[in-house]
Write a protein that binds this ligand. Structure first.
Ligand code: PMP
Ligand code: GLU
Length: 394
């Protein structure tokens, strides 16, 4: 009998977290690694949010919170959904969790049965496929290409649907491609989905505010999709609060109740201090964090400009999030400094070893021709990293 379960043995390690851990290890050995692997803002959490957390500690917030979150926080989430997304939710439709990652895990656990297929437009965020598999679902990759800005077309969606299709999960702005679906593009996908009333959608909007084209659209805005869309969001990215671990969903009462029940057996309510701080974060106008978005846009342009000067880096223009996802298949079969590059994983490891720059292989996101570069790093680091990458590949 195995010590470990098939469940864990069949699971891949999160490639983003693994690369970040490897970069940390190499740094501890004294190597000057520039980390462009982790999707983590390099800003500090804004002071007005930190002050709210300190206040919560001093006010003796130290007890278990309600499993699905403090009512004041759920109310702030409702206000946020209305203000930013024109979505109307009521208290029983909101569940606060320990990060959007837990929100996603809850959804999979309460909605998937063995063999249920989940459509994942590729490239998709690294954890989607393993969360689905962990819950006996079958991830179905829908390949997209750089020609459509890595967005799934309605025809591709329809072709991927089978009688076993239970859900579709996607992020817009997308991690890792930075693609942003316009309202018209979402409507075109919705037009397909309305023909299949049993298919549910997870709309992961965690990069909502990190949008360079303006105009974020939510799938749940369409009346005919509202009941079967689970809107996932959180504070990790826009508020530079990755370590605070707060995410949330808006969903039908039935799904929200099930997530609440699941969470009650697995983790209970999210950290009470963090929840109090997030009330303040969400009640503030999103303009409070605009300075970070403006800086990300400058960095995006910088990265695209610098990568444009390197042969074999073919990228779309990301319209949101803080990643570029260049196709680097030009290097496959080539030998650089005595090392043969056979795939994106080889290339990413080559950059780590030879350029001392950490990136993530596209394999982890369902696209084996690309690597992901996070530009949630300072302009100086970006300039130095891409200079090193250029030297290593030429
Ligand atoms: N969705 C996407 C698309 C992400 O990039 C991330 C990464 N943090 C998450 C969900 C999970 O976020 P959280 O920190 O709230 O768990
Ligand atoms: N979402 C971030 C990323 O894609 C953080 C790491 C993670 O949670 O996987 O890098």
């Amino acid at each position: 009998m195995n010590l470990l379960s098939d469940r864990i043995l069949n699971m891949s390690t999160s490639a983003t977290l693994a690369m970040a851990a490897k970069a940390r290890e190499l740094r501890a050995e004294g190597k000057d690694i520039i980390g462009l692997s982790l999707g983590e803002p390099d800003f500090n959490t804004p002071d007005f949010i930190k002050d709210a957390a300190i206040q919560a500690i001093n006010d003796n917030y130290n007890s278990y919170s309600p499993v699905d979150g403090y009512v004041e926080l759920k109310q702030a989430v409702i206000t946020k959904f209305k203000r930013d997304n024109n979505l109307t939710y009521t208290l029983p439709q909101i569940v606060v969790s320990t990060g959007a990652k837990q929100s996603l895990a809850n959804i999979a656990a309460v909605m998937l049965n063995k063999g249920d297929e989940v459509l994942l437009p590729c490239p998709y965020w690294v954890s989607y496929s393993d969360i689905v598999k962990l819950n006996d679902g079958v991830p179905v990759e829908v390949k997209t290409s750089i020609d459509t800005d890595f967005k799934m077309t309605p025809e591709q969606l329809e072709a991927a649907i089978t009688p076993n299709t239970k859900m579709m999960w996607f992020s817009s702005p997308c991690n890792p491609s930075g693609s942003v679906y316009s309202k018209e593009e979402l409507r075109a996908l919705a037009d397909v989905l309305v023909k299949y009333p049993n298919i549910y959608v997870v709309s992961d909007e965690i990069y909502e505010h990190i949008n360079y084209v303006g105009g974020h659209a939510s799938m749940a805005e369409f009346d005919d999709m509202y009941d079967r869309t689970i809107t996932v969001n959180g504070v990790s990215k826009a508020f530079a609060m990755t370590g605070w671990r707060i995410g949330f969903i808006g969903a039908s009462e039935k799904i929200a109740r099930a997530c609440n029940k699941m969470q009650g057996q697995i983790t209970s309510g999210a950290n009470c201090i963090a929840q109090q701080a997030v009330i303040t974060a969400l009640n503030a106008p999103p303009t409070q964090v605009k300075y970070m978005i403006d800086e990300f846009k400058v960095r995006r342009d910088l990265v695209l400009d610098l990568l444009g000067g390197i042969e074999g880096f073919n990228s779309n223009t990301p319209e949101g999030a803080f990643y570029v996802f260049p196709d680097i298949s030009y290097y496959f079969g080539k030998t650089l400094r005595g090392k043969t590059i056979n795939n994106a994983t080889d290339f990413s490891l080559y950059l780590l070893e030879e350029a001392l720059v950490a990136t993530v292989t596209g394999d982890a996101f369902g696209n084996p021709n690309c690597i992901r570069i996070s530009y949630a790093a300072s302009q100086e680091q970006i300039i130095e990293a891409i200079k090193r990458i250029k030297e290593a590949v030429t």
